[in-house]
Design a protein. Structure first.
Length: 79
C-alpha cells in the first residue's frame, strides 16, 4: 500500500513538472501533488520534528588511492 502511494506521488509530481515544461520535479511539484491527493501538508513540519524519527544518512565513499599514489598517477599522465 505504501509503495503504491509513493509511486503515485512520484508519477503525479512528474506530470505536474512536465505540464510546466520542466523535466525534473521540484519540491513545489511534490507539495502540489500532495495537496491534490488530499494530504494536509501543514502537518509535515510537526511530523519532521517528532522525537521518534529515524534519520538515514548518506553513504560515505572512500578513495582507493593515497595522496601520493594519486599524485604519481597524475604526474605520469601529464608527462
Amino acid at each position: 500500500m505504501m509503495q503504491s502511494y509513493i509511486t503515485e506521488v512520484g508519477r503525479c509530481a512528474k506530470a505536474t513538472c512536465e505540464h510546466t515544461a520542466r523535466s525534473t520535479p521540484t519540491l513545489s511539484d511534490v507539495v502540489i501533488t500532495l495537496v491534490e491527493m488530499g494530504f494536509n501538508v501543514d502537518t509535515l513540519p510537526v511530523y519532521a520534528k517528532r522525537s521518534q524519527r529515524m534519520v538515514i544518512t548518506a553513504r560515505r565513499f572512500t578513495t582507493f588511492f593515497t595522496d601520493s599514489s594519486v599524485y604519481s598517477i597524475l604526474s605520469i599522465i601529464t608527462v
